[in-house]
Design a protein around this ligand. Structure first.
Ligand code: NAP
Length: 244
């Protein structure tokens, strides 16, 4: 029998209670990993863990203490940490005229501070272990800029800078850091968009359809596994050809 791509690996996915994070967790489990699903909503994390066959925990990615405890708990209980996926996210869309400072701060806080805390905590363990793969979920919105998303686009572009700087810092420890930029993906986050905006964005995709969460998860498996052993500091677009 062929060995599973992620056999014996331990992986953490943040924001894994639903949407893309849940599918990433499911796909990592399918490929043999033991997966910890972390979400700010502990009940949702528990439900998702039961659904995909992982372990659910409550964790707010903006809290340095909770992120530290998450990584310490995983390494204490499971003995190692091989994959860390910074996926948790929110949107607070509004035009520049209408966006509040609170909505700007909140979005940057969850995405950028959250991912930075995840990179910091995971890389501290992985550098000692001399192996590991960190995957940060950015967005094509961070490449192209979306009107109404000055907060989100800024945070998602920031994740690219974070990814490259961290990749350079830890490459010689055999720790890799990469980012994925999904395009329009069908999840609870995009279900909240006005249908006409969703349809407009979908029509602009060269493949003429929105993506599914599992299609982002496939890219995560590639970056998490030895298939990408010489890949670091890159940004992989999963957007059906949008903004190529
Ligand atoms: P989603 O369905 O809203 O799922 C995101 C999850 O993250 C939710 O369970 C959410 O919990 C959780 N979360 C929010 N704040 C958190 C925090 N502080 N700590 C821990 N967990 C938190 O979104 P999604 O569409 O799957 O998006 C997942 C990632 O992909 C995000 O980073 C998003 O920006 C990115 N992305 C999505 C798309 C797309 O088209 N869907 C495109 C490009 C990039 P609550 O529901 O309780 O807030």
């Amino acid at each position: 029998m062929t060995e599973l791509l992620l056999a014996e690996r331990v992986a953490v996915v943040t924001g894994a209670g639903q949407g893309i994070g849940r599918e990433i967790a499911r796909t990592l489990v399918t490929h043999g990993a033991r997966v910890i699903l972390a979400d700010i909503n502990g009940d949702l994390a528990g439900d998702a863990a039961t659904d995909v066959g992982g372990i659910g925990v409550a964790c707010d990615v903006t809290s340095p203490e909770q992120m530290h405890d998450l990584v310490t708990g995983v390494t204490t209980d499971l003995g190692r940490l091989d994959v860390f996926v910074n996926n948790a996210g929110i949107t607070r869309d509004a035009s520049l005229k209408k966006m509040s400072v609170e909505d700007f701060d909140m979005v940057v806080r969850v995405h950028l501070r959250g991912a930075w805390l995840g990179v910091r905590e995971a890389s501290a363990v992985m550098r000692e272990q001399k192996s590991g793969s960190i995957v940060n979920i950015s967005s094509l919105s961070g490449k192209s800029g979306n009107p109404g998303q000055t907060n989100y686009s800024a945070a998602k572009a920031g994740i690219v800078g974070l990814t490259k700087a961290a990749a350079k810092e830890v490459a010689h420890h055999n720790v890799r850091v990469n980012a994925i930029q999904p395009g329009l993906i069908r999840t609870p986050m995009t279900a909240a968009m006005p249908p006409e905006i969703f349809a407009e964005r979908e029509a602009a995709v060269p493949m003429k359809r929105a993506g599914e969460p599992a299609e982002v998860a496939g890219a995560v498996v590639f970056l998490a596994s030895e298939l990408s052993s010489y890949v670091t500091g890159t940004v992989l677009e999963v957007g059906g050809g949008r903004f190529m």
